[in-house]
Design a protein around this ligand. Structure first.
Ligand SMILES: *Cc1c(COP(=O)(O)O)cnc(C)c1O
Length: 409
């Protein structure tokens, strides 16, 4: 499968087959086998053939940390889906993001990042980049393009964004930020985990590198951890490859690569169903008198609904909402649900629900949580692909379990 296929075929087709080619000589497997071998036999001794000369494109393999046929098939697939030349698969989304950052910044550099980043990424930027390596990290409210423009300086090396964010589904203007980063000569990275390449392609909007937690929608079945980076920048790709294969050795394992390669085949089918279900759930919640606010870019009431229409082709499966009541009401609601599982993580086929104030964002002090809008009754849902009527009936069970005394407010 070459780049001709990438141009000729639609996204849905590439999701199924791109990067996998049946090889009759090797048994003719239609799907990429899981190559567990850590090392590969060489055809002979060639003193001119060094470690970095093995070309996976020619079926040349040397050692599993450098490259592996299963991982390579996935890296090609993901690059194609994000519209990039170079794809890299990592042991986790965190490994991917850390590698992208370390491929760009040096001590003393300036970094501008969204103040609403995934909590783990924020801690990575604070505790590793800033506290250990002396990188000047500045967090801004990136929903405001002016705030980003005001923060980016001549010595800004990296601009790191995520859209929509977790758990409040805030957006940032990827095209607008790309222009600001470009003018400053900064590398612009976007974490595209929440929408997946099916609904949003940051490279096409001007980003230099796109990151994913493959643990979420790319795999889609909550049974592996993984991460990915895709870029069209050859120099950046070279540095990322060096860190992945030599500097850190944080590449994705063959078994996980197989699972993501398998999962991603149904990405378009799943994303359509996730988004349709989430839209119905959001509208249902929006009409409910025990709900104070619903955060979902697919609702016309979302403050950035128009921006979503400009830069995405759909709104994904994740939403959050604020219950009318207190922590005890939220607890009663969550514990009465039977079809939504109480668990962190997002992006799997099964519906999950969590309370950020008590789970994912619990490490943040209450005042800091509330300052970013995470109240004690804010509920986050990852809406799965089940029948939506069952999900709505489950929500009814949750509302019925909330103490009656607060039913009218
Ligand atoms: C889960 C997640 C991460 C971290 O990915 P891991 O695979 O858990 O390391 C990063 N960004 C976003 C938006 C996520 O949802």
């Amino acid at each position: 499968m070459g780049s001709e296929d990438s141009e000729r075929q639609q996204f849905d087709t590439r999701a199924v087959t791109f990067g996998e080619k049946a090889d009759a000589a090797a048994g003719g497997d239609v799907v990429s086998p899981i190559h567990l071998s850590s090392t590969f036999a060489l055809p002979g001794l060639d003193p001119d053939f060094g470690l970095e000369d093995a070309d996976p494109e020619k079926g040349e393999w040397l050692y599993g940390r450098l490259s592996n046929p299963t991982r390579h098939a996935l890296e090609k697939r993901l690059a194609s889906l994000e519209g990039g030349e170079h794809g890299f698969a990592f042991a986790s989304g965190t490994a991917a993001i850390a590698t992208a950052a370390m491929a760009v910044v040096e001590p003393g550099d300036h970094v501008v990042a969204f103040d609403d980043l995934y909590a783990g990424t924020k801690r990575l930027f604070e505790r590793v980049l800033r506290d250990r390596f002396g990188v000047d990290v500045e967090f801004v409210d990136a929903t405001d393009l002016g705030a980003v423009a005001g923060a980016v300086r001549e010595d800004t090396a990296l601009v790191w964004m995520e859209t929509p964010t977790n758990p409040l589904l805030r957006l940032c203007d990827v095209r607008g930020i790309a222009a600001i980063a470009d003018a400053a000569g900064a590398v612009f990275g976007v974490d595209n985990t929440f929408l997946s390449p099916f609904f949003q392609n940051p490279l096409a909007l001007g980003a230099d590198v796109v990151a994913h937690s493959a643990t979420k929608y790319l795999n889609g079945h909550s049974d592996s951890l993984g991460g990915a980076l895709v870029t069209n920048d050859d120099a950046l790709a070279e540095e990322i490859a060096f860190l992945q294969q030599v500097g850190f050795g944080n590449q994705m394992a063959p078994f996980d690569a197989y699972l993501v390669l398998r999962g991603v085949k149904t990405l378009p089918v799943r994303m359509r169903q996730h988004a349709a279900n989430a839209q119905r759930v959001a509208e249902y919640l929006d009409d409910h008198d025990r709900v104070r606010a619903v955060h979902y870019p697919g609702l016309a009431s979302h403050p950035q609904h128009d921006l979503a229409a400009e830069q995405t082709t759909g709104h994904g499966g994740i939403l959050s909402f604020e219950l009318d009541g207190e922590f005890a009401d939220a607890k009663a609601f969550l514990e009465a649900l039977t079809d939504f599982t109480l668990a962190v993580s997002v992006g799997g086929v099964e519906s999950l629900v969590e309370l950020p104030a008590g789970m994912t964002h619990e490490p943040l002090p209450k005042a800091e949580r509330e300052a970013v809008g995470i109240t004690d009754t804010l509920v986050r849902m990852s809406v799965g692909v089940e029948h939506v009527d069952d999900l709505l009936a489950d929500l009814d069970r949750g509302f019925a379990a909330m103490p009656e005394s607060r039913a009218v407010n």
